[in-house]
Ligand binder design. Sequence first.
Ligand SMILES: NC(=O)c1ccc[n+]([C@@H]2O[C@H](COP(=O)([O-])OP(=O)(O)OC[C@H]3O[C@@H](n4cnc5c(N)ncnc54)[C@H](OP(=O)(O)O)[C@@H]3O)[C@@H](O)[C@H]2O)c1
Length: 430
Amino acid sequence: MINRKINIAVIGLGQVGNYLLNELNTKKKDIEIKTGKKIHIVGISAKNKNKKRRFKINKSIFFKNPLEIIKSKKVDVLFEVIGQSDGISKKIVETALKNKIHVVTPNKALISKHGDYLSNLAEKNKVNLEFEASVAGGIPILRTIKEGLATNKLNKVYGILNGTCNYILSEMEKTKQNFSIVLNKAQSLGYAEPGNPKLDLNGYDAFAKIRILSSLAFNKKISKKKSLMEGIENIDYKDIEIASQLNFRIKLLGITEIINGKLFERVHPALVKKDTYIGNVNGVMNAVIVEGKPIGESVLQGEGAGPGATSSALMSDLLSILRGNIKYPFGLPGIKRKKPICYNERNSSNSLYLRLEVKDKPGVLSEITKLLANNRISIQRVIQIPDNKKRSASIIIITHKAVEHRSQNLIKSLKKNNNVIKKPVLVRLF
Ligand SMILES: NC(=O)c1ccc[n+]([C@@H]2O[C@H](COP(=O)([O-])OP(=O)(O)OC[C@H]3O[C@@H](n4cnc5c(N)ncnc54)[C@H](OP(=O)(O)O)[C@@H]3O)[C@@H](O)[C@H]2O)c1
């Protein structure tokens, strides 16, 4: 990019887009000093021109149809900040890249689904596609992997990738309140989407981020396999309390690793020891831990969401483009990125935390231990908490390592058992 004057378009003026626009407007001088380039915002777009926004917008450059900006203006860098995995988001990014316009986006849904296709398009047209903000908000994890750790051989990346879930789990522990009450609080504070927070809570959001991380860390195409994905909707305060008594905390983890040359990606709640690093990342914080050679273990922690943190990452992408120092969206030419061979998650093994609500009568515990034995799962610890009023009991079992397909069989047979009165809770130990 040789021009000194850079034309910019911002598509989407919601929580992130509107904040970003204000950053661009107020930091023009700073950008010029650092890159030698003068930015000029030539077009903005959102659904509703007259909506009240946090920061004032210049309506004279507002376009109802974002594609019109590309047609009628000379754009050098386009920010896609709408957020759909397909539809207008994909269309605008595709059109921009084909027109040799650099693209910056925080859209993990789009990149985890179409990242390979779009990065090929960027390569072909010799422009950048940058998506630092799509994983862990303000934490510069993608650039760290792409640049700072460029020649390391990474074998595992894991962490807390969803601030909404981490806030809910931490707040449940702090306030001793149940999931639904804390979810309402998270929604009123803006930490969880008011309408449909499902994609945060069921692990989908963290899984999209894991897919992007795997691809960068292991130099592979984005995996299409639907692997182990569980959310936090079934975690009760009771589980958090019992875990705490056993010196654990429950965290929603995203984990990607290479096992015998195969890629294993997963997102699920996990019991982590209270005295570990990850066990002490609380509230809306995100943290990512990278393991590899020769770096060893490297940790990054910070705000994983919110317009400020997200805009920080978007601005860093812009400066990278203006400095002309990033070549391939995934760190190496697309042709060198092979399809991953995926590990069969049914063969993985974990120690388990099981909570069973059962009828309080003789013989029930021995019936349950028999089911565990049938599935070759051995017990490390059992705790029984009777509820005399309800004539029921909670049985908590910590197991030794159990193979996943046997754990799933066990859950199936427990669900069928007449003495088990509620859906069993299973949380893997990490
Ligand atoms: N919010 C966060 O903390 C956060 C963190 C990390 C990443 N992200 C990512 O950032 C992106 C945006 O998130 P957000 O929270 O800012 O979303 P948002 O508040 O819902 O904003 C979406 C914006 O897109 C606009 N829009 C919708 N359809 C459009 C169309 N056809 N043409 C033009 N504009 C259209 C909306 O217009 P109106 O305003 O007129 O309705 C709105 O301004 C998503 O990819 C999200 O995953 C967000």
